[in-house]
Ligand binder design. Structure first.
Ligand code: SAH
Ligand code: SF4
Ligand code: F3S
Length: 442
């Protein structure tokens, strides 16, 4: 019997990729099978991102291609999911008349009936209701990443921080944590299926808190519970907010072998005055104090960050403070962006987007350049060291080479010898570029 076919394309953050796995699961319970061939699809879903203007523009361009697919295949349904669906909803339906379904991040259980009604009525359907409870806890995601080694588990949804520049609280709704039991069950299930690495996900993963009777489970405790399932399982997590990187959490990471020594801690800016206009709720000094605590308890910890260049009102002095903070921390990796004004955010309402485009661009270049140097320097320091590596990839250049990641989340490439995907092996770093380590199995 031929089943109905779903094609799904995902943009944005890891949470969106994890949500697509929830969507795939909901639709497979409704009789759909996944296809990687868009021409075969009966339903096309695009899971979208609103974080910056260019993320939205990319999707707007991409979906135009579905218009012609629809004209060739009349029954085809096109659905826009995720953050753009939530943010634009009716506008999207009005401007993109070929779109059949719009569903926000908390409305995915409703997708089978939205499709059904769109088929029977021929009307455009939308559900963008945000929820205070939805965590999709009972849904066993269909793993779209087929390597069978590494998987994501969403442990919380939403965000209540309302950083002035950010659209996420509007598109994802209030922060809510998922029941620990369902997280542990999902992790056990992955372990039974042979997975070796689990990344716990949330917009502020370390703000996790679940009330059980008269006590509550915080993130440090949850991490311990997941890590306790098996010493063979590596645990990662993303993204941490600096305000909740407690001593207890750092001590837990330091003392638990299979919680990876790698922390992604977005700073956004190195200037306290900029941070205050961003409503980030910490100062430069607070952030550096947390970094020093991490460095003292976990000396080999991998550190990465997010940085925004040219935020509203940013002076050259403030920009210099970002550069000096970067030098002081010495990040291994950074995601770096030009500020992009998002409609309806506090920044859009309160502060003019007043750093000229060429200055924004120049500042971003300086940040990228400095990060490049810092990554290269840190990688050079790894030469001669031996790392425990989880093999997760065959090299793109040659099938005689494989790659994996160190505890610190760095990619290392080596000659495969007789190792296979999913093995833990020891690799000695022999050389590097700014982006990767090269080594040999020892
Ligand atoms: N919840 C995470 C990150 C969310 S979005 C956190 O708080 O750290 C990922 C990154 O996108 C942010 O860390 C920020 O650096 C960037 N970003 C968010 N809004 C932006 C905007 N309006 N313009 C440019 N970059 C933005
Ligand atoms: Fe956005 Fe701030 Fe929430 Fe991160 S913490 S998702 S930057 S509002
Ligand atoms: Fe983008 Fe939404 Fe994630 S705006 S970054 S997909 S939470």
């Amino acid at each position: 019997m031929s089943s109905k076919k779903l094609y799904i394309e995902t943009y944005g953050c890891q949470m969106n990729f994890s949500d697509s796995e929830v969507v795939a699961s909901i639709l497979s319970s409704d009789g759909y099978s996944l296809t990687a061939d868009i021409k075969e699809a009966d339903v096309i879903f695009v899971n979208t991102c609103s974080i910056r203007d260019n993320a939205e523009r990319r999707v707007r361009n991409r979906i135009q291609e579905f218009k012609s697919l629809k004209s060739r295949k009349p029954g085809l349904k096109v659905g826009i999911l995720g953050c753009m669906a939530e943010r634009l909803s009716d506008t999207l339906l009005k401007e993109e008349t070929f779109v059949d379904i719009v569903a926000g991040p908390d409305a995915y259980r409703d997708l089978p009936s939205l499709i059904e009604e769109s088929i029977t009525d021929g009307r455009q359907m939308a559900n963008t209701v945000l929820s205070l409870e939805e965590t999709y806890a009972d849904i066993n995601p269909v793993r779209l990443d087929k390597n069978g080694i590494s998987a994501f588990i969403s442990i919380m949804r939403g965000c209540d921080n309302y950083c002035a520049y950010c659209v996420v609280p509007f598109t994802r709704g209030h922060e809510r944590s998922r029941e620990p039991k369902s997280i542990l069950n999902e992790a056990k299930d992955l372990l039974d299926k042979g997975y070796k690495e689990i990344t716990l996900l949330g917009q502020n993963v370390n703000s996790y808190s679940f009330k059980e009777g008269d006590h509550s489970v915080n993130f440090a405790l949850l991490l311990q519970k997941v890590a306790g399932l098996s010493p063979e399982l590596r645990i990662r997590f993303s993204t941490s907010h600096p305000k909740d990187i407690s001593d207890e959490l750092i001590e837990t990471i330091a003392s638990t072998n299979n919680i990876c020594n790698s922390i992604h801690l977005p700073v956004q800016s190195g200037s306290t005055t900029t941070l205050s206009r961003m409503k980030r709720s910490y100062t430069r000094e607070w952030y550096l104090n947390r970094i020093n605590k991490i460095k003292s308890l976990i000396p080999d910890c991998g550190l990465s960050t997010d940085i925004i260049a040219g935020y509203c009102g940013e002076t050259d002095e403030e920009h210099q403070e970002t550069l000096s903070l970067m030098k002081e921390v010495g990040y291994d990796y950074a995601f770096m962006f030009k500020y992009s004004e998002r409609p309806d955010t506090l920044a859009a309402r309160k502060y003019p987007d007043d750093v000229p485009e060429d200055i924004k661009g120049r500042r971003l270049q300086e940040i990228i350049q400095l990060q490049q140097e810092s990554s290269h320097k840190n990688n050079r320091n790894d030469i001669g060291k031996t790392f425990r590596v989880l093999v997760d990839n065959v090299s793109k250049r040659s099938d005689k080479q494989m790659s994996g990641r160190t505890d610190q989340n760095k990619v290392i490439v080596f000659d495969r010898k007789d190792c296979t995907l999913g093995d833990y092996i020891n690799v000695k770093c022999t050389s590097c570029t700014a982006a990767t380590l090269l080594g040999e199995i020892v």
